[in-house]
Ligand binder design. Structure first.
Ligand code: 5AD
Ligand code: SF4
Length: 460
């Protein structure tokens, strides 16, 4: 295998980014090296998302491009589509992108080395799990999958890392495809999580983000006792010296006060929650099969702010859900005003085949109205974030430098200085001019100006 090259492109969420990183390590172990050029690769992988239709169309267009390169240059020799779209639509992909060599779902990624080997001998390889059979108990959950995370190859320069604590989701929000493509909720054993974090700590990792689709419902039985997310936070904090520990994404129901108390007590747990409300109307929340009311959500955020001072809150909202009225939409605007989020990810409802909403409701909000409501939420959120960020002007904050900012990448300054992009403990983005050797370090900066999403700073 020596001398082979792989190319990998990742669409979608942080879970996919982590999967791609783990796969890159696995391929390096097999003797592959990474390339940024698909037409120079022996193996090209697209790691896909299914959460909205747009993401699937993007994956198909990327596949089409790889096919075009192969016809023109003979490379990439092997084309693989992996992740959520591969899991959801293997037959569709086989039919409409028949040149694809490997189709592999998120619960089968540990099998990639064998699939790559087999794809060289036989034509097409398809590996997707039967989550229905697993949910009904007819099949066992594929424990082999653990090896993907436990065999993680840690890069010695790694300063930020995702660590999976939970797989899948059992919530079945009516609009969402995740429970179907990532399978049933499974919490990873705490000792495996700690082992992985120790490896990252040993190379000087500065920030760890614990990942789960509904991370606060983490629970794992160990010696007859249940370990909760709050317990896990204490354990992680006590077993590593990583200066920043975060966890995402939280589900508003079953969020315990113990988690907030752990955040308040443990100084290296970052004061930040990504906790999507999805909507501000109880009527729509019910149709969405979200198991909480707006009042409960507000009470939870108020409690979080009481127990963890200066906590920042990020959220997600969906506009244009079936039957959403102007009054319902007003309720989302009201909730955004009431919560004052640090930032919100706002999405236009996209009907997903196989979900409860697809079966029960019609996608009856015209796209122009979805767009109008989207813009209204976004503008309100931007206004609030700008007001709140203005209070930071003049303050000095510690930031973890993540890399060179987009602006500097596209438009480098002639004096060799770069604009660096960094993050505060409560997840705000700060940019400042500095030298590249600061990347990966935590440094104090002084804020002199702000926009709704960016703090502009100077080194102190
Ligand atoms: N349409 C639009 N947005 C969706 N999300 C999940 N499913 C859909 C869908 N069908 C959004 C939710 C979720 C985020 C990851 O994507 O807001 O929190
Ligand atoms: Fe999807 Fe709901 Fe699970 Fe989040 S909690 S992944 S929105 S089903």
């Amino acid at each position: 295998m020596k001398g082979k090259k792989f190319y990998i492109e990742t669409l979608g969420c942080q879970m996919n980014k982590l999967d791609s990183e783990l796969i890159a390590g696995m391929l390096a172990n097999m003797g592959y090296s990474a390339t940024d050029y698909a037409d120079d690769a022996d193996l090209a992988i697209i790691n896909t998302c299914s959460v909205r239709q747009h993401a699937e169309l993007k994956a198909l267009s990327k596949l089409g491009h790889l096919h075009h390169l192969r016809r023109k240059h003979g490379k990439p020799s092997t084309i693989a589509i992996i992740g959520c779209f591969a899991q959801r639509s293997p037959e569709y992909i086989r039919k409409h992108a028949s040149y694809v060599d490997i189709i592999c779902g998120p619960a089968d990624l540990d099998r990639l080395p064998q699939l790559i080997e087999d794809a060289r001998n036989e034509k097409k390889q398809i590996a997707v799990s039967d989550f229905r059979a697993i949910r009904s108990g007819r099949q066992k959950y594929p424990e082999r999958l653990e090896s993907l995370d436990t065999n993680r190859i840690v890069n010695k320069n790694q300063r930020q890392a995702f660590v999976r604590v939970q797989r899948g989701c059992d919530k079945f929000c009516s609009y969402c495809v995740v429970p179907y493509v990532r399978g049933p909720e499974q919490s990873r054993p705490p000792e495996k999580i700690i082992d992985e974090i120790r490896k990252l700590d040993n190379v000087g990792c500065r920030e760890i983000t614990l990942l789960g689709q509904t991370v606060n419902s983490y629970h794992c039985v160990e010696n007859g006792k249940t370990v909760t997310l709050a317990d896990l936070l204490y354990r992680v904090h006590n077993n590593c010296s990583v200066p920043r520990i975060r966890f995402v994404t939280s589900y508003p129901a079953d969020f315990s006060t113990e988690i907030l108390e752990a955040m308040a007590k443990l100084e290296r747990i970052c004061p930040y929650l990504h906790i999507p409300a999805q909507h501000g109307s109880n009527r729509i929340l019910k149709l969405m099969n979200r198991k909480y009311s707006v009042e409960q959500y507000i009470e939870l955020i108020d409690t979080a702010r009481k127990i963890v001072p200066n906590i920042s809150i990020a959220g997600d909202f969906i506009v244009g859900f079936p039957d959403e009225t102007d009054d319902d939409h007003q309720c989302s605007l009201e909730l955004i005003k009431r919560i004052r989020y640090k930032n919100c990810f706002i999405f236009k409802y996209s009907v997903r085949p196989g979900t409860l909403a697809e079966k029960k409701f019609s996608d009856n909000i015209p796209d122009e109205i979805k767009t109008k409501r989207f813009i209204e939420l976004q503008e309100l959120q931007d206004k609030i974030a700008l007001e709140d960020n203005r209070n930071l002007i003049g303050q000095t904050l510690d930031v973890l430098v993540e890399g060179i900012s987009k602006k500097s990448k596209t438009n480098p300054s002639p004096d060799g200085k770069v604009q660096l992009s960094a993050r505060t403990t409560d997840d705000k983005i700060a940019v400042f001019d500095g030298t590249e050797d600061l990347i990966g370090q935590i440094v104090p900066v002084r804020i002199f100006d702000v926009s709704s999403l960016t703090l502009f700073a100077d080194t102190v």
